[in-house]
Design a protein around this ligand. Structure first.
Ligand code: DNO
Length: 357
């Protein structure tokens, strides 16, 4: 079985891209989606999941997995509501399993999901991209960052940056005041051990997304950042249902991470892949390039080859695209450049596959 090319879709109410448009990309057969309005800790009912799946299938596409079922801060911090929230998470997984959905991407980042300092940095060709500069981040606090970012979202809501959450950013920071990397890791393994039985029962592959960027921001702990830590997590809960979303653009933020080597070391545990390129201007300033190897710093052929070599057969998706051709969409999640990315990745895969056969 080969990999499946997929596309992330936020649902008809939130996305500027339609399922009908995605269907015509041709390279893409699978959809990665979510119930975007659900807050962490909220139950997903079977009816809601069924309706979401039906909408995707009615458009001639396959629902390949969920990104994300978000984990509450109570679970991440071992707060008073931890066990209640884990129970709800288990019920949600059960409902997903009953609807024959077998892949769940999630993250364990404190307070913020991914972090960027700019959502629309202009490149020489006039396209715009998300970018990160450590100097900019060092000069601001999380609230000013949210304000400047929310002005650039093109009227969309970015995952992890929901206004409802950001209104409480100070309280969220307070919850993490005693949480260091070790505690966060313990809370993560506690969560995984609690959900493994239901994952086994319904064959649900959990795929943790790395922290982006792969280091601490605003003094918060960050653990899913490199080979050593991710292998430690695989061992701590040694069940194939405890797996990984291999995101080249997130692990790749740290130039010390050897991406093809990491992929090889995670054989059997990568359930989902996000493949994109980054262009570094310095080790602490990068921008999201086109997928093409030459446009950035990573050798995309070597990344795809490593996935092919370990027999990866799960969903792959192109990741953040540039804003091109005057598109107005959620930064990183427009139609055009991600469609180009999917075609490029499929081309690499076909070539590697034929070469090896
Ligand atoms: C960014 C995404 C992340 C990812 C979550 C997974 O664009 O890759 O928001 O979906 O971290 O829970």
């Amino acid at each position: 079985m080969s990999m499946e090319m997929t596309f992330r879709w936020y649902g008809a109410k939130y996305d500027t891209v339609t399922l009908q448009q995605i269907r015509q990309i041709r390279y893409v057969t699978g959809i990665i989606t979510t119930l975007y309005s659900k807050m962490p800790g909220e139950l997903w009912t079977q009816d809601e999941i069924h309706a979401m799946k039906k909408e995707v299938e009615d458009a001639g596409l396959h629902l390949a997995g969920i990104e994300s079922v978000n984990v509450s801060d109570a679970i991440k911090t071992a707060g008073p509501d931890r066990d209640k929230d884990i129970d709800t998470y288990i019920k949600t997984l059960e409902n997903l399993g009953k609807e024959d959905i077998h892949l769940v991407c999630y993250n364990f980042m404190p307070v913020f999901d991914w972090t960027r300092s700019e959502l629309a940095r202009k490149r020489p060709d006039g396209s715009t991209v998300l970018a990160y500069s450590q100097k900019t981040i060092d000069a601001i606090n999380p609230e000013t960052m949210f304000q400047s970012i929310s002005g650039d979202m093109n009227g969309t809501v970015m995952p992890g940056w929901e206004p409802e959450r950001m209104a409480h950013v100070k309280d969220l920071f307070a919850m993490y005041k005693d949480i260091d990397n070790e505690k966060l890791f313990e809370n993560l393994t506690y969560f995984l051990k609690a959900i493994m039985p239901v994952c086994n029962q319904y064959d649900i592959k959990m795929a943790i997304h790395p922290d982006d960027p792969a280091w601490s921001v605003f003094g918060l702990p960050r653990i899913i950042i490199n080979k050593e830590n991710i292998l430690k997590l695989m061992k701590a809960v040694d069940d194939p249902h405890n797996g990984v979303t291999f995101c080249s653009g997130s692990y790749g933020t740290n130039l010390e991470n050897d991406l093809p080597d990491m992929i090889r070391s995670l054989k059997g545990r990568i359930h989902f892949a996000h493949v994109r390129n980054l262009k570094f201007n310095s080790p602490s300033d990068f921008e999201e390039a086109a997928h093409l190897s030459e446009d950035g710093t990573f050798d995309m052929y070597e990344i795809m080859k490593a996935l092919h070599d370990i027999g990866f057969n799960g969903p792959i998706r192109p990741d953040h695209g540039r804003m091109i051709w005057d598109e107005v969409a959620m930064p990183g999640y427009g139609l055009y450049d991600r469609a180009l990315g999917s075609a490029y990745l499929c081309g690499l895969w076909e070539a590697i596959d034929k070469e090896e056969r």
